[in-house]
Design a protein around this ligand. Structure first.
Ligand code: SF4
Length: 684
């Protein structure tokens, strides 16, 4: 009994759930987790605090449902095979699709080293740039928009700095549910006298501490933010010297605002002009002001414009490039920042270097001993279309579950079924893995070494606490073994992830000074270009990475699919505190399942009354693409005409409803404005 109270050993590692990257002390006895505590070492993003997932959710690793051996699909279902046999099938199949018809989905759940190897494998071995990952569905507009405005698509400040902001503008982020430990910093700012502005159509928990709550209509963020910009310009609240010294394009932007009327903004957004003015004044005058946003901003067919609008707002008031003043996109999954940094993207090599740039290509070609494909590859959503028209015929999916996470999920299933060859590498037999020809058992984050980069650009060590089950192997080892079998022994012969990080540091300037030796002492925030560089807590202090910050002239564009008589409600999707992504991990944790066992359709009381729906009764939700059934949750959280659902529950595949209407720049689909109809049902 004592060993359960006093662990045999304690391993400090990084929480494998959200992008906060909390440091955890995992107590282990006899290869079982017996205790989890928050770690308080210097540089830890959480200073000892944890949310329910980090504290109680790690037992997914001990689930009896873990994959323990490679599987091959046969007419009688999956058959366990040896690694050798699985590799033989994979290498034979992949050889046929080099240079042309191959696509890779890397994973924001894997380490930096593994994502680096996944893109190296795709570009070097498969000779293709068809690599992407779930950032396409969360923060691709952040990467595109903030790079256009500032030259870098990352969170500008550190989590700890939020507590010292004079004003925090939270828009499109249900922070208490999705980044709970960051929400504690927002609450701390409030306790220190800071002002909080929340813009959200739903009555999220943070509205309780908001000084102003802007309950705008879904999909009207550009109008709302431009309205705030107009108030700031008209009332002379701009930071003139900052704009003159550090920015360009202000004159054009300011004159574009002249044509905008606040009455028009009020009509579009549903926000009272006085509230809009209060928010604008608060943000402009209570400096240092921070913006916090997440997928409520990015998951739109105009996601990049939303991000550019926020960049304009911050530059107008000089709230960028200073401690506690900046723009903070909160990244969703544990390592979505790192997988972008590592170049698991179709157009960018590690360190956000364009694949089109011949000099950049030459650097990587010299290091890897190869010729790189020059044309950018396909994004996630484009890859599924390319399967349909035969351009993609083989895929390698690592730790992603597009069958539940991607829009128009019914169509995703149909596309995946058409593939000549699909290999899926995961820790569980996910809904996507069930469609694979070969399934490979991967080690979880608790069973391997490496690094994650959290939402504040902090590179954090991932350490092995448990032995993986059965024959499961770390993703980096599996990728290297396949590459070696395909004839690339020299380029994929790493002893351990530390060697991979050395290569990353040698080729990626922002990681140039990062090493495992340094990370043993404390985490480091990129850019960290030299071995003696202390890391960078906030960006753009001495100048924007692109030179001058650029204002962009924007116009409000309504969502491409609007409610009508047939589909009169707006479905907006999101996440909740107790579950993570498609539930592959958290649904295996009895404690978390107990807290939230099923999907709900959150709807406003008046809508429910009109439809004859009561709390807990079953409803069918349908869109132009599909239908699902779930229990109604009658609540004041949703405004009239808006329903909310998650994508955590495989029994209710919400993304059967959503569509693949894309942002023209970042190619992210619209996931926040999906017209649906709702019908009460008597029997299920
Ligand atoms: Fe893990 Fe995120 Fe919770 Fe921290 S806030 S414990 S990183 S899920």
């Amino acid at each position: 009994f004592e060993k359960w109270l006093k662990p045999e050993r304690t391993v400090t590692t990084t929480c494998p759930f959200c992008g906060v990257g909390c440091q955890i002390d995992v107590g282990v006895s006899e290869n079982r987790i017996v205790r989890v505590r928050g770690n308080r070492s210097p540089g830890s993003p959480n200073n000892g605090q944890l949310c329910v997932k980090g504290r109680f959710g790690l037992t997914f690793a001990e689930s009896p449902e873990r994959l323990k051996t490679p599987l091959v699909r046969t007419d009688d279902g999956f058959k366990p095979v040896s690694w050798d046999e699985a590799f033989k099938i994979i290498t034979e199949a992949l050889h046929k699709h080099r240079e042309r018809s191959f696509g890779m989905l890397a994973s924001a759940r894997c380490t930096n080293e593994e994502n680096y190897l996944a893109q190296k494998f795709t570009r070097l071995v498969m000779k293709s740039n068809n690599i992407d990952h779930c950032a396409r569905l969360c923060h691709a507009p952040t990467v595109a928009g903030l790079r256009k405005a500032f030259g870098s698509g990352a969170m500008t400040n550190s989590i700890a700095e939020l507590a010292y902001s004079g004003c925090i503008f939270v828009i499109g982020s249900n922070t208490t549910e999705q980044h709970p430990v960051i929400a504690l910093k927002i609450k701390e700012a409030k306790r220190r006298g800071g002002k909080i502005i929340v813009a959200d159509p739903r009555k999220i928990e943070l509205t309780a501490i908001a000084d102003v709550w802007l309950r705008h209509n879904p999909g009207t963020d550009v109008a709302l933010i431009l309205g705030m910009c107009k108030v700031i310009v008209d009332e002379g609240l701009i930071d003139k010297s900052f704009i003159e010294e550090r920015c360009e394009g202000f004159e054009d932007f300011a004159s574009s605002l002249e044509k905008l009327s606040l009455e028009e903004v009020e009509t579009l957004t549903g926000v009272d002009i006085d509230d809009l003015k209060s928010a604008a004044r608060m943000y402009a005058t209570r400096r240092p002001s921070s913006i916090v946003y997440a997928m409520g901003i990015t998951q739109h067919a105009n996601g990049t414009e939303n991000v550019l609008a926020l960049a304009n707002l911050s530059m107008l008031t000089g709230n960028i490039g200073k401690p506690s003043a900046g723009i903070n996109p909160l990244r969703g999954q544990n390592n979505v920042q790192g997988s972008c940094d590592m170049g698991a993207l179709p157009d960018l090599l590690p360190g956000y270097k364009s694949i089109k740039d011949p000099e950049v290509r030459r650097l990587f070609e010299k290091a890897w001993g190869c010729r790189l494909p020059e044309e950018p590859g396909l994004t996630v959503t484009e890859m599924f279309h390319a399967i349909d028209d035969g351009r993609i015929r083989a895929m390698y999916i690592i730790g992603e579950n597009p069958v539940l996470s991607d829009p128009d999920a019914g169509q995703v299933v149909e596309s995946l079924k058409k593939l000549e060859f699909l290999v899926v590498q995961d820790i569980f037999l996910s809904e996507t893995a069930r469609l694979a020809h070969v399934v490979l058992p991967a080690a979880s984050a608790l069973e391997k070494e490496g690094t994650f980069t959290n939402t504040e650009r902090k590179v954090l060590r991932v350490r092995k606490a448990l032995e993986p089950p059965g024959d499961a192997l770390p993703d980096w080892e599996i990728i290297c073994k396949i590459a070696r079998r395909m004839g690339y022994g020299e380029q994929f012969s790493y002893k351990d992830p530390e060697e991979v990080m050395k290569e990353i540091a040698s080729l990626t300037k922002i990681y140039g000074g990062i090493s495992y030796d340094r990370l043993e002492k404390q985490p480091l925030q990129w850019p960290c270009p030299e071995p003696d560089h202390p890391g960078t807590p906030y960006l753009h202090g001495d100048g924007f990475m692109r030179g001058k910050g650029k204002f962009h002239v924007l116009q409000f564009r309504p969502s491409p699919e609007r409610p009508d008589r047939e589909y009169p409600y707006i479905l907006t999707t999101g996440r909740i505190l107790f579950h993570y992504h498609t539930g592959t991990m958290t649904r295996k944790v009895p404690d978390l399942n107990y807290l939230r066992p099923e999907e709900w359709v959150e709807m406003n009381l008046l809508d429910a009354q009109e439809l004859g729906v009561t709390d807990g009764s079953w409803v069918e939700v349908s869109s132009r693409r599909g239908r699902v059934r779930a229990k109604a949750k009658v609540t004041e959280r949703s405004p009239r005409g808006v329903v909310f659902m998650t994508f955590h529950f495989s029994e209710t595949p919400t993304n059967n409803l959503t569509g693949a209407l894309l942002d023209p720049v970042a190619r992210i689909p619209e996931l926040k404005v999906c017209p649906v109809k709702i019908q009460p049902i008597r029997e299920v």
